[in-house]
Design a protein around this ligand. Structure first.
Ligand code: XBP
Ligand code: MG
Length: 257
């Protein structure tokens, strides 16, 4: 059975765009203020909280670790859900306003993959609404249809670093893990893909550059463009100066050899 590259599976937050820095953190803080809470998540604190994937899970961790005496009036789950929903409404407005641009090389690579017949999918922790808002406003209303499968948010019981969302996506694609390549930005995302045995290319972000990326096929600062070379931080890009479909096929072939 051939292990040739059939599909790319993209993470969203941190990989398609710097959503944590430009979107989620400021949106959380605006939602807290609008709810009359004096909570402020600094860049440093948010870096710590990002160890927990998922916005609802992150609020819960904050309550437990940083606000143990905070009294929620009523049900804690309902309180978290309301706050998270308010955050995501603000996030969607920020995306629509153009505050969360795609990272270098992302749109070019998606177009090249489509032209080359490489299938596209998404495996993410964030909600479907957040994914579609980002695709629509950063690329266009047609972009959602470029992805054959979008595995998102609460579709699976356990979020990254659990492998569930990758298992879900592989099953929906009807492909084996060795026929795919994941693109991730964080240690949690990498672990999730690797437990599912999907070879993974990492593009680091400010929040994740200190993460453990052992096991990644290659680690880069970003995907690069012809006029903006990518820096190789670990592994081998076969001498390419930016990530295109040929470079990905070579990275994938080395990883599944
Ligand atoms: C990303 C996340 C997400 C976002 C917010 O992890 O942890 O939770 O911070 O999205 P990954 P929601 O990139 O590894 O998928 O608030 O919608 O959960
Ligand atoms: Mg990510």
């Amino acid at each position: 059975m051939s292990n040739a590259l059939q599909a790319l599976i993209f993470d969203v937050d941190g990989t398609l765009a710097d959503t944590e820095r430009n979107g989620h953190r400021p949106a959380f803080n605006k939602a807290f203020a609008a709810a009359g809470l004096d909570w402020v998540w600094s860049v440093e604190l948010y870096g710590e909280l990002l160890k927990v994937t998922g916005g609802k899970e992150r609020i819960r961790r904050y309550l437990q670790a940083h606000r143990p005496d905070f009294k929620v009036s009523g049900d804690v789950d309902a309180f978290i859900t309301r706050l998270h929903l308010a955050k995501n409404r603000i996030y969607a407005d920020m995306v629509a306003a153009g505050d969360v641009p795609l990272r270098p090389g992302v749109k070019r690579l998606l177009l090249e993959a489509r032209a080359a017949g490489v299938r596209l999918a998404i495996a993410t922790t964030t909600s479907m609404e957040n994914v579609t808002a980002l695709l629509e406003h950063c690329i266009g209303p047609e972009a959602q249809s470029w992805f054959e499968v979008i595995g998102a948010g609460d579709m699976v019981p356990a979020k990254k670093p659990a492998p569930d969302i990758y298992y879900y996506t592989l099953e929906a694609l009807r492909l084996r893990s060795e026929q795919c390549l994941a693109l991730e930005d964080s240690g949690n995302g990498l672990r999730s893909a690797l437990v599912a045995k999907v070879p993974t290319l990492v593009t680091v972000s400010d929040y994740t550059m200190q993460d453990d990326f052992s096991g990644a096929a290659v680690v880069l600062d970003h995907l690069g463009e012809p006029e903006l070379p990518a820096r190789v931080l670990a592994g081998d890009l076969g001498g390419a100066t930016y990530v295109d479909v040929d470079a990905l096929r070579a990275v994938h072939a080395r990883a599944v050899r």
